[in-house]
Design a protein around this ligand. Structure first.
Ligand code: HEC
Length: 185
């Protein structure tokens, strides 16, 4: 009998901490990566469909009308707040807050020798916030690359729709922006 009690006690001593640890270790970072990968690939699919329909002259207005709404909806569908922000915005609603800017600059500085930017995870009592870098790639060049290499139609469309545009002159491998994913605990 005594031996059984011992076994129960030992079992409880080991299993209670395991139970609590498992409860605590929802992997917010990998959840955030799943959500942002979905958002990225959906945005890119929509963008290339608009590009093949009418080049940048139709894809730029398409982004203006849909990008923000699409990002917010993608967040709602996954029960998180999802934002796509940057230090040099095309749409000023996408400007980083001073606090977010500090994280952006930290991530920018920590680019690995393979050219990869790290994610960042911050936890408070109520929320977990995951910052996922958006690197600049080849197919972003037509709309965010060097101004002098842009087509005349692209420049005209951008000037008309975004007279205060800051989101040009990026090079491949730059940090273009961040996805911010906020989970409620
Ligand atoms: C067809 C042109 C076009 C292409 C190609 C394009 N973008 Fe954009 N991008 C835009 C427009 C237009 C906006 C502004 C959307 C808005 O008004 O909400 C934008 C906004 C953004 C933003 C939000 C911050 C801001 O500046 O307002 C990020 C981040 C971004 N683009 C990254 C990329 C990346 C990364 C790529 C390549 C994978 C890319 N874009 C390709 C046109 C383009």
């Amino acid at each position: 009998m005594n031996q059984i009690k011992w076994k129960v006690l030992v079992f409880l001593l080991f299993s209670i901490p395991i139970y609590y640890c498992q409860k605590e270790t929802i992997n917010y970072e990998s959840l955030a990566i799943q959500i942002t990968n979905k958002a990225k690939s959906n945005l890119q699919k929509k963008l290339s469909a608009a590009m093949s329909e009418g080049g940048t002259t139709s894809a730029i207005p398409f982004c203006q009308q849909n990008a923000l709404g699409f990002t917010a909806k993608m967040g709602q569908a996954n029960n998180v707040t999802l934002k796509r922000v940057t230090d040099k915005p095309r749409n000023e609603n996408n400007l980083l807050s001073p606090e977010e800017m500090m994280v952006f600059q930290e991530i920018q500085k920590q680019k690995s020798s393979e050219g990869v930017f790290p994610n960042r995870v911050f936890s408070s009592d109520d929320n977990v916030t995951v910052y996922v870098p958006i690197p600049f790639m080849g197919h972003c060049v037509p709309c965010h690359g060097k101004k002098e290499e842009m087509t005349t139609e692209t420049k005209t469309t951008l000037n008309k729709l975004y007279p205060k545009d800051l989101a040009t002159n990026y090079q491949i491998g730059d940090l273009r922006g961040l996805f911010i994913v906020i989970f409620k605990k």
